[in-house]
Design a protein around this ligand. Structure first.
Ligand code: HAS
Ligand code: CU
Length: 562
């Protein structure tokens, strides 16, 4: 039976989450191409350089925060409901959706107000050019911070719906192992609860009162630290849903089965333990944080590579298994036996391939000394367009080709556009991100409309600056085309009448090695959460304590040994 007929209520919820996500994707992608053209000087007619920062903030917030959170809420709702075989508790899930939507509208109005002369609303000018990493000392209209807080609170309530579904399932199935997809969702949510405490404190205790004028000063170091306490784990909040897809659905699309369920559980537990005590790797250049604690963050980050390296092994092994079921052979020629004309498959596989490159640039970012070379250069956007902008975004688009028909009962329309779309994204991103990485090595800064300075010539380490700019402009344009193709396919499919036969079904074949091959302790959430919290206390306790002791509203930092 199709998902929409088995679980009509949850289907409606997932469709609503996806529609908000897709609208955010469309607007965010439009702002993205405008920026790419502006920054590279290819075409500067859309906005002034002053408005560039408004677009940049909207681009980052709509894509990295709104598109991701709503898509993930939908994907998780589907994954929990289908793997526990029940409707999601609607009384929690719908309020979560509406709260998140209210927050999104508030934040979007606050940002876009900047394009209309930042009119005064409630005594504060309506603008929020604070970028998606919205820490002090840049200040936004209170509506922006209240909106951000509502998005977070909504996501917490959405998480409560998944846990409630698990408890209901548990009372019917006291001795069974938690199904893998639900296990992955809940582990991600535990990580999310722990890490969002940082941004919640930042926003509620400091930024909202500060933007309302209730307090005059905030400590930039403290708010940055609270932000990055959340800002690193949030990237795994984007990655783990992509992994859920790669582990549980991609092997089936390749014609095979997951290689190992226990290894998948180990990977998710490792993320729960290690995602948070690493945030200082975004603050290597911040004064006021002892070098020793930056070193601990670096070491933890290097350990945190492990779950992704295990994933590369398990997922590729599962794909190879699938290809060999389809007659593949040889060391590498089995790659030809994968369904490259199936957009759900090709999108996820290409996203995985690009993530291998993005993970590699992440390893470079994480090195305390090499980081000084690339920090605040356009290398960093090069890195995150491969990770969140491809590993997550392309996986989300690709799996929509597979999920949306099951959520609507309508076959995918415009199939030929869908087949083309992942390749357009891949080529666009290959051009844009490689040039961004190289431009970063030449020292070209990020977060600016005017990346070149008068009387200063950047020296390309590999290639010329003009060639890199051209590649960024062409790549950015192709990415916009890629997003537009996806949205056309989705709009046409969602608006079509129900009819015709579906060529997809949601059944997931059993893994080659199932959960019975792993110890039950892996499913012990209390234990893993306790260890995760302990690691955070070790990594953050003393530096945070000294920031608090020197006055939480006092700008400045603890004395720095020179
Ligand atoms: Fe990062 C900055 C370090 C992963 C996102 N990162 C950012 C920022 C973002 C971001 C948004 O240490 C910028 C924030 C800002 O605005 O300032 N990152 C890392 C490390 C990893 C990493 C060590 N990042 C991510 C992921 C992201 C993301 C995932 C989003 C989803 N990152 C950093 C650091 C900075 C940073 C520093 C600060 C830089 C600075 O100075 O500002 C690791 O988790 C990466 C591990 C990944 C691997 C790759 C494994 C390969 C796999 C592919 C398998 C292949 C398949 C395909 C499935 C080791 C899993 C098979 C197909 C076939 C056909 C066979
Ligand atoms: Cu990070």
């Amino acid at each position: 039976m199709v998902f929409v007929d088995s679980y009509p209520k949850t289907s409606k919820l997932v469709r609503s989450e996806f529609i908000v996500a897709f609208v955010a994707l469309g607007i965010g992608a439009l702002f993205g191409v405008i920026q790419a053209l502006h920054r590279t000087g290819a075409f500067r007619g859309f906005v002034s350089s002053a408005d560039y920062y408004t677009l940049l903030t909207a681009h980052g917030v709509l894509l990295a925060l709104v598109f991701t959170t709503f898509f993930i809420a939908g994907l998780f709702a589907w994954a929990v409901s289908s793997s526990l075989e029940r409707e999601l508790p609607q009384r929690l899930a719908w309020p979560a959706f509406w709260i998140m939507l209210t927050g999104t509208v508030l934040a979007a109005v606050a940002i876009l107000g900047g394009l209309f002369g930042a009119p005064s609303v409630f005594g504060h000018s309506l603008s929020a050019d604070v970028l998606f990493t919205f820490y002090a000392p840049m200040k936004a209209h209170p509506a922006f911070y209240i909106g951000a807080a509502l998005i977070i609170v909504g996501s917490w309530i959405a998480g409560a719906a998944y846990f409630k579904a698990l408890w209901e399932w548990r009372s019917d199935n006291p001795d069974e192992r938690i199904p893998l997809q639900t296990f992955m969702v809940l582990t991600t949510m535990l990580m999310w609860y722990i890490s969002t405490i940082g941004v919640a404190v930042e926003v509620v205790v400091f930024l909202i009162p500060w933007s309302l004028g209730l307090i005059q000063n905030v400590d930039p170091l403290l708010t940055r630290t609270l932000f990055w306490y959340f800002g690193h784990p949030v990237v795994y909040f984007w990655l783990m849903p992509a992994y859920l897809v790669w582990y549980t659905i991609l092997p089936k699309l390749a014609g095979g089965r997951l290689f190992s369920d226990p290894l998948a559980r180990v990977v998710f537990v490792a993320f729960l333990l290690l995602s948070t005590p690493v945030g200082f790797h975004h603050q290597y250049v911040d004064p006021g944080i002892p070098e020793g604690y930056k070193f601990i963050a670096m070491t933890n980050t290097m350990f945190l590579l492990l779950p992704s390296l295990l994933t590369a092994f398990t997922v590729v092994a599962s794909l190879e298994h699938g290809a060999r079921q389809n007659g593949g052979s040889g060391y590498l020629s089995w790659l030809r036996n994968l369904p490259w004309d199936e957009p759900a498959f090709s999108g996820c596989a290409l996203a995985g391939l690009m993530f291998a490159a993005g993970g590699f640039s992440g390893m470079i970012n994480a090195g305390m000394n090499i980081n000084y070379l690339i920090h605040n250069t356009i290398w960093v956007p090069g890195h995150f367009h491969l990770t969140v902008g491809t590993a997550f975004a392309l996986t989300a688009m690709a799996i929509s080709y597979w999920l949306v028909p099951q959520l609507t009962g309508k076959p995918l329309r415009q199939r030929s556009l869908a087949v083309l779309q992942p390749y357009v994204w891949f080529v666009g991103m290959a051009l844009m991100s490689n040039a961004m990485h190289r431009a970063g090595l030449a020292g070209i800064p990020r977060r600016t409309a005017e990346p070149t300075y008068d009387e200063f010539a950047f020296q390309g380490v590999a290639g010329t600056v003009a060639e890199m700019r051209l590649q960024i402009a062409i790549g950015g344009f192709l990415l916009f085309v890629g997003a537009a193709l996806f949205l056309v396919v989705m709009a046409d499919t969602l608006l079509a009448r129900r009819g015709g036969t579906l060529s997809v079904n949601g059944s997931i074949p059993d893994p080659l090695s199932g959960p019975e091959h792993s110890p039950r302790i892996l499913d012990n959430y209390k234990l893993w959460t306790a260890i995760a919290l302990l690691l955070i206390v070790i990594a953050y306790g003393p530096p945070l304590a000294s920031m608090v002791i020197d006055g939480i509203f006092a700008p400045g930092s603890p004395p720095i040994p020179v």
